[in-house]
Design a protein around this ligand. Structure first.
Ligand code: AMP
Length: 328
């Protein structure tokens, strides 16, 4: 079975954008590929988090992915820092990674602009750690957003370079598997653009019903169409897109017909949308809370995942050490 690897940032809670844009693809991938999903807690050290924060955010994100349906029996879900072989491969890749190419990476340049007082070597070598995460399992496919394309290009380059330097055909070049082409883009309800944590417009899976209703009722609309069948301006189109994602076809068609007949009452539409989002989120939220309360279960999942990932990683490292000229 082909190997797929994907990293998960342990930053904040999952929102509907994450769910319909990425997590849902993971649920499908775990049935079709040999998937390794890891929580990238080493990567998160570039921002110097407090130990309590790391522990808590890793636990929460793990619980949320499990609650969404990532199945530890099907996929290997693990915490990056549990698999130390990755750090060893990162070291080897760094020996053949050049300052010029690392400095040219757009996300590095962005970070330099955003946090000029903390331009650490971890930020600079983010692409080589990401490459190590991927090629340690000899992955052939990596589901990523478009923003990760440059890092993926680096991963391919580092894999290729290793093969060339040592005259081997050892690492396959990992292909990007663009989520954005397969998945829906979940809009924000604040007028324009997508839903996102940094956009401040996210509806989280963990939100309770009152919070969800409040967020949806605040959605931006307009005074309503005056011509039948008119084109929907972005804020209204976003409301309909969200309804298309979470509500039934009948519900969507009902409000769409009302809109086209210039009889739309946005208040009613928002109420219905809020109900449908609550219906979707409530069972997920309940599962998240149950899992967060069950430390034994989380520990067991993390330990089992680490064992499976370490087995695959240790095999690669044994072979890599032999190729480089170290004792396996
Ligand atoms: P982030 O929370 O920004 O780290 O996003 C993680 C992943 O979730 C991204 O790579 C996307 O695949 C997905 N994602 C985030 N926001 C959205 C959105 N509004 N619509 C669709 N997918 C999204």
């Amino acid at each position: 079975m082909e190997i797929v690897v994907s990293g998960i940032r342990p930053t904040g809670n999952l929102h509907l954008g994450n769910y319909f844009g990425a997590v849902k693809s993971f649920l499908q991938l775990q049935n079709e590929y040999n998937c390794f999903f890891f929580i990238a807690d080493w990567h998160s050290l570039t921002t110097h988090p407090h130990p309590d924060n790391i522990r808590k955010s890793v636990k929460v994100i793990l619980a949320e992915y499990l609650a969404c349906g990532i199945d530890p029996e099907k996929a290997t879900i693990y915490i990056q820092s549990d698999v130390r072989e990755v750090a060893e491969l990162y070291l080897y890749l760094n020996m053949n990674a050049y300052l010029g190419e690392l400095e040219r990476v757009t996300s590095f340049k962005d970070k330099v602009r955003q946090q000029p007082d903390n331009v650490n070597a971890g930020l600079l070598t983010y692409p080589s750690l990401m490459a190590a995460d991927i090629i340690i399992h000899k992955a052939v496919k990596v589901p990523v957003g478009k923003d990760q394309e440059q890092n993926m290009e680096m991963a391919r380059r580092f894999a290729r370079r290793f093969n060339t330097i040592y005259g081997v055909e050892y690492f396959p070049e990992p292909a990007s598997f663009h989520l954005s082409e397969k998945a829906v883009k979940v809009p924000g309800l604040d007028g324009s653009g997508k839903m996102g944590k940094s956009e401040g417009n996210a509806i989280y899976l963990i939100d309770d019903e009152k919070t969800i209703r409040k967020k949806v009722m605040k959605a931006v609309t307009d005074s309503g169409p005056t011509e039948p069948d008119s084109v929907k301006p972005e804020p209204v189109a976003n409301l309909f897109t969200m309804m298309d994602i979470v509500s039934s076809k009948e519900t969507y068609d009902y409000f769409n017909e009302k809109y086209n007949a210039c009889e739309i009452r946005y208040g009613d539409m928002k109420k219905q949308l809020a109900e449908d989002i609550c219906t979707f989120c409530a069972p997920v939220r309940e599962r998240i809370l149950d899992i967060i309360a069950d430390d034994d279960y989380i520990d067991k999942v993390a330990r089992t995942g680490a064992e499976k990932a370490a087995e695959s990683a240790a095999k690669t490292i044994r072979e890599v050490r032999r190729i480089i000229g170290f004792r396996p």
